[in-house]
Design a protein around this ligand. Structure first.
Ligand code: ZN
Length: 553
């Protein structure tokens, strides 16, 4: 009896072992057999043979062959676990090729590949390695210390707990003295005659948001920093901006006290002979960003205060979406231009500013009726508002969505017509750049400067949500109009650096609802039936976007 029992146990044990082993081996089997992993193996082999052979290393096409094998994975299996590794290995190889070729274009290519990795897989553990390698390239190969410093800082900002953070911080410490010197030299280079004049300071502030705009007479160099809280002197944490090569006029001497809810006080003073310092005393800083806009030159400081705890509405049970703050309760519509800024126009009677206001008013009614949400307009009548003021309005009102409405223009060819929707991003599209330059009332040259600083700023904006909102609205506008106005045309969803969208803390889009220069479209844009249908389309787009966030569709 005992023997039989023992045998059964033994058989059972063997069987379990067998099942476990076969499970395990099939796991390994599956891992090695995905198409991506197969290509990876081949690419690794290619690299190994290349690096081992002295002869092969001398020919560019051998390098390119291995690199392109890695890139196949990124291209065809971007979601596979191998993809980020493949990009990283391709970049490493490209960087190594430089040692043989000595060509700067190889370094540039390597940087692009590393950048691609960071952009596509920002949370992958190789991303900080990629940033570090870029920093190293700028430091060692280009001797471009400010650039290198920028990349090392990115690591300590974005991946403070990553494995590269300590090395990045030690590089930052090493480069800091140089950076200070470079900055000091830059500031010194501005001759006193060319010093810009501090014109004015404007601000919008609520309990947990403030936007301060510093107006200057021309472009100049500036730096923003924070000062820690100073309990001894009773000072809160402060943000200050040093404007180099600038001077204060007599009437501003001393300080300008301004007050807001989050912003306790702002002080302006001539800090040194050619530096004007603006200090913002702020109640509680969560994060802040500083950027400039051109034509005229102005520095914008956006400060986000510590979040206010969401209060539960008494006696009402909130749905999960509401608890997560996913529902859309408030929409800000921004009728483009107004007052002394007519936007594009045909004659005294047909101006963009009037068309956009009319559309916004009709759209507001439809949105409120169908989506049961609150809709605010940045302007209700014909008045001038600066672009930064419009975004500030949406932020201050804690809007869930921001929609700016505009009319397109193309004088070179009056046949051009169509509807397009934009969200904020850098662009390489010439047409999109032209539209942004016109709407920003800025030159295209100044816009390309802006693109460089935009990269970092975009970290805190809702690009994905905005592009989704743009897609939904664009699709539904066209869908709604196509039935009765078969002639209308979709120019698609595009991206460009629009000032009015910068700093918006909610998904934000800009509509170009048609061309004022096209006679037929111009007629449509002044027809209430057409506008009603267009508005219904926008409402459907917003509705469909809301459903997609609430139901995760
Ligand atoms: Zn416009």
């Amino acid at each position: 009896m005992i023997n039989i029992k023992r045998d059964i146990i033994r058989i059972l044990f063997c069987w379990i072992l067998f099942v476990l082993l076969s499970l395990f081996s099939s796991e390994i089997h599956a891992l090695n057999n995905t198409p991506a992993s197969k290509i990876m193996l081949r690419a690794d082999k290619c690299k190994e043979l290349l690096l081992r052979s002295k002869k092969k290393r001398r020919y560019r096409h051998y390098w390119n062959r291995c690199i392109s094998r890695y890139l196949l994975i990124r291209r065809y299996f971007p979601k596979s676990p191998e993809a980020p590794w493949a990009l990283y290995k391709a970049a490493r190889l490209q960087e190594r090729l430089y040692r043989y070729s000595g060509l700067k274009k190889d370094l540039q290519k390597a940087i692009e590949l590393y950048e691609g990795l960071v952009k596509a897989y920002p949370s992958h553990r190789l991303s900080d390695d990629a940033l570090f390698n870029i920093g190293k390239i700028y430091y060692r190969r280009y001797r471009d210390i400010p650039k290198a410093y920028l990349y090392f800082s990115k690591i300590s900002k974005r991946y403070p707990k990553g494995d590269m953070a300590p090395r990045a911080r030690s590089m930052i410490r090493k480069l800091s003295p140089f950076i200070k010197k470079v900055r000091a030299e830059k500031a010194r280079k501005i001759p006193p005659k060319r010093r810009v004049i501090f014109r004015d300071i404007r601000h919008w502030s609520t309990a947990n948001y403030t936007r301060v705009v510093i107006d200057l007479s021309g472009s100049t160099y500036y730096e923003a920093h924070t000062l820690p809280e100073d309990p001894k002197r009773g000072l809160p944490k402060r943000v200050y901006v040093d404007i180099k090569g600038a001077r204060l006029l007599k009437r501003f001497k001393g300080s300008i006290p301004i007050k807001g809810a989050l912003l306790k006080r702002a002080r302006v003073g001539q800090f040194t002979k050619d530096t004007v310092r603006v200090v913002l005393d702020i109640n509680s800083i969560e994060r802040y960003q500083v950027f400039h806009l051109n034509d005229p030159f102005r520095i914008v400081v956006d400060v986000q205060g510590r979040g206010v705890v969401r209060k539960e509405i008494k006696g009402k049970k909130l749905t999960l979406a509401q608890q997560l703050g996913l529902s859309v309760k408030k929409i800000v519509l921004d009728p483009g231009h107004g007052g002394r800024d007519p936007g594009c126009y045909i004659n005294r009677y047909i101006k963009e500013k009037d068309i956009t206001l009319r559309i916004a008013k009709i759209l507001k009614r439809y949105l409120e009726e169908r989506l049961n949400c609150k809709v605010l307009l940045t302007r209700e009548d014909d008045r001038y508002l600066s672009l930064e003021q419009r975004t500030a309005f949406a932020n201050m009102n804690k809007a869930d969505l921001f929609i700016s409405i505009h009319v397109n223009s193309y004088k070179k060819d009056r046949r051009v017509h169509g509807i397009e929707t934009y969200f904020l991003n850098i662009t390489t599209d010439e047409r999109a750049m032209m539209v942004a330059a016109r709407e920003n009332a800025a030159s295209e040259k100044n816009l390309s400067d802006l693109q460089k600083i935009l990269n970092d700023m975009l970290l805190n904006t809702k690009i994905n949500e905005s592009s989704r909102l743009a897609r939904e609205v664009q699709y539904h506008m066209i869908h709604a109009l196509k039935g009765r106005y078969g002639w209308i045309r979709s120019l698609g969803v595009k991206q460009a650096p629009f000032y009015v969208l910068i700093g918006a803390q909610m998904p934000a889009i800009l509509l170009e609802v048609g061309f004022i220069t096209n006679p037929k479209e111009r007629e449509y844009l002044q027809d209430d039936d057409y506008i009603a249908l267009l508005s219904k389309g926008i409402v459907s787009g917003v509705d469909s976007y809301i459903r997609s966030i609430v139901f995760g569709g």
